[in-house]
Ligand binder design. Structure first.
Ligand code: NAG
Ligand code: NAG
Ligand code: NAG
Ligand code: NAG
Ligand code: NAG
Ligand code: NAG
Ligand code: NAG
Length: 330
């Protein structure tokens, strides 16, 4: 009985080195904002909230700096999240029962560096207020049910180095502002694949040193040659399954390129022989296009001495020829 009393009293006596009291209150309200708080078993006041599952604190100040929620509970992101003022990392991952929209409360977390909401049933638009998060480096929103267009304001995020909006229901074009990302030191990773985006790619994107670009499985049209260029440090360009139509003869390849997939478009011209200088290339797919002329020979592939087989080049009905396809007609 005494022990029970002791246990009941404990919650009002915070552990000596316990986490910040305001943050603990906010987490407690967060837990009870869900109809079923059971998925948070370690979230009990007898424990230091810095030790709660998914919670990270600054070791000196004991404020909550990271929150990772991976449980399958039904509900939506509560406004009380805004009270976790020191959050730098916020993740909601693999919860098909997480519904509703990205709340304005998230736009108040000015210290966020890493925001990941993925594999959930979050819907609505990608809110423009995310552009208020000036410290954001990673914005990862793949595998949700987001719709509407991409807010141009995201292109103003001063520190952004990774933007993943793949596997949603997004429509409209890539904003012109994406050609002016302020971060110039670090190459930017962009994944917009598996949406319903359309229109032409803004020419301004030629300015950007992308680390990776995946815009496959949309309905983009026109030119995509701005992603190429010898000065860039890109290791992956995947633009497959769109409506692109441009002259491939005019592109030049960066030395860093490892993966190139332009398959299932209407790309014409020939494969420039300069491609053989992309010595790191490991995956190549130019199939299902309108390419013509002789496939370059003299590959110097560092990690693929066997070269590419014909599945990299098939279905270019005009006249692509040469090894590993059939010989060119004289
Ligand atoms: C913890 O907070 C202090 C004071 O704000 C800061 O100087 C320190 O860099 C933080 N530690 C980490 C690991 O972020
Ligand atoms: C996702 O949300 C929609 C309504 O927005 C609902 O119809 C659907 O059942 C939800 N899916 C899951 C897996 O909960
Ligand atoms: C996505 O949301 C729509 C309503 O906006 C709903 O009808 C649909 O079931 C949702 N998709 C999934 C995969 O939950
Ligand atoms: C894709 O875009 C083209 C115009 O470039 C349009 O004619 C076509 O209907 C679009 N397809 C889909 C599936 O939206
Ligand atoms: C593509 O560009 C090359 C090189 O400038 C040029 O010779 C060729 O005629 C162009 N092809 C088409 C179909 O415009
Ligand atoms: C592709 O190569 C395989 C053998 O590697 C061959 O059996 C097949 O006929 C080729 N297909 C075409 C369309 O050239
Ligand atoms: C290239 O893409 C086509 C069409 O999606 C596919 O059938 C083929 O296997 C791919 N080849 C390689 C080498 O990935």
């Amino acid at each position: 009985m005494l022990l029970l009393l002791f246990l009941l009293l404990l919650p009002s006596v915070p552990p000596a080195d316990g986490c910040d009291a305001n943050d603990r209150n906010a987490l407690w309200k967060f837990k009870y904002s869900f109809s079923n708080p059971n998925p948070f078993p370690s979230w009990e006041l007898v424990f230091d909230c810095c030790d709660w599952y998914g919670v990270e604190c600054n070791e000196t100040t004991k404020v909550v700096t990271g929150l990772t929620i991976t449980s399958d509970y039904p509900g939506s992101i509560p406004d009380v999240i805004a009270d976790l003022k020191h959050l730098e990392i916020l993740r909601f991952h693999k919860n098909p029962f997480l519904i509703g929209e990205i709340p304005p409360a998230i736009g108040k977390l000015s210290k966020l560096r890493f925001l990941d909401i993925s594999w959930t049933n979050i819907s609505g638009h990608i809110p423009a207020f995310l552009a208020n998060l000036k410290n954001l480096q990673f914005l990862e929103l793949p595998f949700n049910n987001l719709s509407g267009s991409i807010p141009p304001s995201l292109g103003t995020l001063p520190k952004l180095i990774a933007l993943d909006l793949s596997r949603n229901q997004l429509t409209g074009p890539i904003p012109e502002s994406f050609g002016h990302f302020p971060e110039k030191e670090t190459p930017i990773a962009l994944d917009l694949s598996h949406n319903k985006l359309s229109g032409e790619i803004p020419a301004s994107l030629a300015n950007i040193d992308f680390f990776r670009v995946d815009i496959s499985r949309n309905n983009f049209s026109g030119d995509a040659s701005m992603f190429f260029g010898t000065w860039k440090r890109t290791d992956m360009i995947v633009i497959s399954r769109n409506n692109f139509a441009f002259n491939f003869s005019l592109v030049s390849f960066m030395e860093s390129l490892v993966t190139l997939d332009i398959s299932h478009n209407k790309i014409y011209g020939s494969i420039p022989s300069q491609i053989t200088e992309a010595i790191l290339l490991q995956e190549l797919n130019v199939s299902y296009n309108r390419l013509c002329g002789e496939i370059p020979s003299g590959w110097k592939l560092k990690y693929r001495p066997e070269g590419f087989d014909n599945t990299s080049f098939l279905h270019n009905p005009s006249c692509l020829c040469g090894m590993p396809l059939g010989p060119c007609k004289p």
